[in-house]
Design a protein around this ligand. Structure first.
Ligand SMILES: O=C(O)CCC(=O)C(=O)O
Length: 320
């Protein structure tokens, strides 16, 4: 792919868990072809396509791929309806528990691991004319604003279909796990519409990106500090992938990790409604910087009241 480096394929080291852990430490990611049985990933895809058809996102689920027939992108309401169903699919939940993934993660952590309940599905509609920097912008999963409050975790990204240059896929910045946490601009969007207009993220132009073509069964693991992004889908199909997070069993993390993705999103939306409310503005006149911090704290605390937002504005302003 022009302008992109190729991800290093570590499949050849598959039996050597020590070497795999070393590569993850050196590069901040690990890319393995066919780590899981492709049929497991394809089964999830087939079941998602049935749901997408039920919700009028696609017209036809008898073809191999979720073909895009044009028209508007799903509304937030439509998105939440299918998201709620997908995260409850047994095939989806068990893909996150694939023994090959668990055993690799256990050898990296040197301990039993927990899989977060916040399992994410990406249903990326085509956006042929979009600029490169919208959508799931460049970010680090452990960024403070995302609110996980976890010390160390790894994300495993899994394609559910063949993903070529046009469909986009995952790109990462090799070695960025050694750069520490960087400043993310904007706020973490809590609706698909917002995600298209105001992204949360790093300035992608500051980095050299690496990517690949992907196939069902492939897996990429990357650290919570590794910068990554989803590329724009410029094809005629919807891109389907999922990403799961793994942490040592005794690692600390807050409620977000133990809550289904759509439920996290609902809480984030309630918080955003308060942060953007006239009531909070009139009663506090908080500046933008304070509001970013208030939002983060509310997310961490799972607090959704105006009163808590007002208290946090006072607490944070007193410290400034
Ligand atoms: O699949 C994508 O488009 C983005 C994935 C991502 O950002 C993640 O795995 O954290």
């Amino acid at each position: 792919m022009s302008g992109y480096l190729q991800l290093k394929d570590s499949t050849g080291h598959r039996g050597d868990s020590k070497r795999l852990a070393e590569i993850l430490n050196e590069d901040g990611y690990l890319f393995l072809r066919r780590l899981v049985d492709p049929d497991r990933a394809l089964q999830v895809k087939r079941e998602i396509m049935v749901i997408l058809k039920e919700h009028y996102i696609i017209e036809d689920n008898s073809t191999n791929d979720p073909l895009w027939s044009g028209g508007p992108h799903p509304t937030e309401e439509e998105y939440m309806q299918y998201y709620d169903k997908v995260v409850r699919l047994d095939s989806f939940i068990s893909l996150a528990q694939s023994p090959e993934i668990i055993s690799l993660m256990e050898s990296v952590f040197g301990a039993p691991v927990q899989v977060w309940k916040q399992r994410l599905i990406r249903v990326m509609c085509p956006d042929p004319d979009a600029p490169d920097d919208i959508g799931v912008g460049a970010h680090q999963d452990g960024a403070k604003d995302l609110g996980y409050g976890a010390d160390r975790f790894y994300t495993c990204w899994l394609p559910l279909m063949d993903i070529d240059e046009k469909l986009g896929g995952l790109a990462i910045v090799v070695g960025s796990h050694k750069m520490g946490f960087m400043e993310h601009a904007g706020s973490n969007p809590s609706s698909s519409k917002e995600a298209r207009s105001k992204g949360f993220g790093l300035d992608m132009n500051k980095f050299t990106w690496a990517t690949s073509n992907y196939h069902p069964g492939d897996a990429i693991f990357f650290s919570h500090v590794t910068a990554h992004r989803g590329l724009i889908n410029r094809s005629d199909r919807i891109r389907l992938s999922c990403d799961f997070r793994y942490q040592a069993i005794n690692g600390t993390v807050n409620w977000l990790a133990h809550t289904r993705g759509p439920d996290v999103r609902r809480v984030a939306q309630q918080i955003d409604a308060i942060i953007n409310s006239r009531a909070l503005y009139v009663t506090t006149h908080a500046d933008k910087e304070t509001l970013v911090e208030v939002r983060r704290r509310m997310l961490e605390e799972k607090a959704t009241s105006l009163q808590r937002a007002q208290e946090l504005v006072t607490e944070i302003s007193n410290k400034q």
